[in-house]
Design a protein around this ligand. Structure first.
Ligand code: ADP
Ligand code: MG
Length: 462
């Protein structure tokens, strides 16, 4: 029928605009490398902030003692404590708790958010058992993973540049987030010192390096997306401080804000961006990460419903609601292997209140999920190639094969197996013969442990 043809025309046009042929991915990788250079050359020199983290040493294994970590960066935050045993005993006992952040705190006032966090942390500290040992006379120390763009001024201070991922708390922008947390802890009488302020990429890099000395970069694919890597300090023109003893400096790329004329952007991405809390920003993130993939699918389905009566004569009202289709639900539909696609059927019914969908319709929904996930996964692979190029690790040098390990973490990478599989195979395709020496390693909650390790290596008692 005419309706079906119209719907297919919308789908095909979207598919075409989302295309990521290998040549385009190489252009994206090259553009990433160029922007990395520009961001390292001068402050504000690129959309890539290339933030100097002040982490110039990564964990060695010698770290010892009781340390806490706090991870804030999405809808949940985690608190963690770990007893580090040094070279011989490594990570001893470890405990973790996850607390979800009430949505009103994500768009409220700074004090309210930090009070909530400090209180949750205090409750967690109160449950510290006999297995953990704080050396007598010492203050508890914390690694604070704060996964939003921060202008670092030292290892344990930095001001918030902007919120991302659905957070919007005006009065916190420009503030030192360690100061905000410290004040909140003081207000409730929690005696704890923030020893390191990092973000999830740097935490993941540190956690990854603790277990594997070949880890050179970390990438997060979760609610948002970002990457960090180990740069040579002398290759950072905008660094005017002393060259660190190690010669290294970890760089937080903030690659979610990458954009390039080579990115395959569609009209759906443009309207998503315009209607978002941060228009014009985080364009790479908005086509790759978990916060947005399901929403892109919804937008295309909405167009198909409106212009091609894809779900019948009227547009299903639920389909009009932004962010109603979450990426985990999209992923569940995409992975549906049943012959009648009954997961797709029930998701459409339960979430969008569209019942009695035909198999043909369900197949189109799966195909749409595939288009959106494939574009995101292939672009993430291109981003990783950009980092490897910057480090000169994308080619075989003089026949020697140095291993390069990239630590990956985040709910999208962890749970969306088609996304992950596509990203990994695309990276292989891009790397060709070098792909044997590049390893993608899942660093499971490396970020929490990583922050605790960095707190240990920046302890006031060293
Ligand atoms: P955050 O990035 O908020 O710190 P996570 O790394 O746990 O937290 O990632 C959570 C994100 O991962 C969710 O917002 C969601 O987009 C994505 N995600 C979680 N589970 C799944 C799933 N089963 N399939 C696809 N994506 C998922
Ligand atoms: Mg996270």
């Amino acid at each position: 029928s005419g309706r079906w043809a119209k719907a297919m025309a919308i789908l095909r046009e979207f598919e075409e605009k989302c295309g990521t042929p290998i040549g385009k991915l190489r252009q994206v990788a090259d553009a990433m490398t160029v922007e990395m250079h520009a961001g390292l050359a001068s402050e504000g020199g690129s959309k890539l902030k290339m933030i100097i983290s002040y982490v110039d040493n990564l964990p060695t294994g010698d770290e010892k003692g009781l340390f806490y970590a706090l991870d804030l960066g999405g809808t949940n935050f985690r608190v963690l404590r770990v007893q580090l045993g040094g070279k011989d005993n490594r990570v001893g006992k470890q405990e973790c708790e996850e607390v979800s952040i009430p949505p009103h705190l994500m768009i409220g006032m700074s004090d309210a958010l930090f009070n909530f966090i400090a209180e949750a942390l205090a409750k967690f500290v109160a449950t510290e058992g006999e297995d953990f040992h704080l050396s007598p006379g010492r203050q508890r120390e914390l690694g604070f993973t704060f996964s939003f763009p921060v202008r670092q001024s030292s290892i344990a201070s930095g001001s918030l540049i902007k919120w991302t991922k659905g957070f919007s708390i005006e009065d916190a922008v420009g503030q030192d987030v360690v100061g905000e947390l410290t004040k909140a802890m003081e207000r409730i009488g929690l005696d704890m010192r923030v020893a390191a302020l990092v973000n999830d990429t740097i935490g993941t890099l540190a956690g990854g390096r603790y277990y594997n000395q070949d880890v050179i970069a970390a990438v997060i694919l979760g609610t948002g997306t970002n990457a960090a890597y180990v740069e040579r300090a002398h290759a950072i023109p905008k660094w005017h401080g002393l060259l660190p003893k190690s010669g290294d400096m970890v760089i937080n790329m903030e690659w979610g804000n990458f954009r390039s004329s080579h990115l395959p952007l569609t009209e759906y991405d443009q309207t998503l961006d315009v209607e978002s809390l941060n228009p014009g920003e985080q364009i790479f993130e908005k086509i790759i990460s978990g916060m947005y993939l399901g929403e892109i699918v919804r937008r295309v389905l909405y167009r198909m419903a409106e212009e091609a009566a894809f779900f019948g004569d009227s547009v299903p009202p639920k389909l009009k609601i932004p962010f109603i289709l979450r990426t985990p639900d999209m992923s569940a539909m995409h992975h549906d292997t049943s012959s009648d696609l009954r997961v797709v059927g029930s998701k459409l019914k339960d979430i969008l209140e569209i019942s009695n969908t035909s198999l043909k319709t369900r197949k189109v929904v799966v195909e749409l999920c595939d288009i959106v996930a494939t574009r995101g996964a292939r672009l993430s692979a291109a981003g990783i190639l950009g980092i490897l190029k910057k480090l000169g690790r994308d080619t075989v040098r003089g026949g020697e094969k140095q291993k390069s390990v990239v630590a990956l973490d985040g709910g999208l990478f962890e749970h969306y197996s088609k996304f992950r599989g596509c990203m990994e195979s695309t990276l292989k395709e891009l790397l060709g013969e070098v792909s044997d020496s590049i390893v993608i390693e899942h660093s499971n909650d490396g970020s929490g442990i990583g922050a605790a390790l960095l707190a240990a290596s920046h302890s006031q008692y060293l």
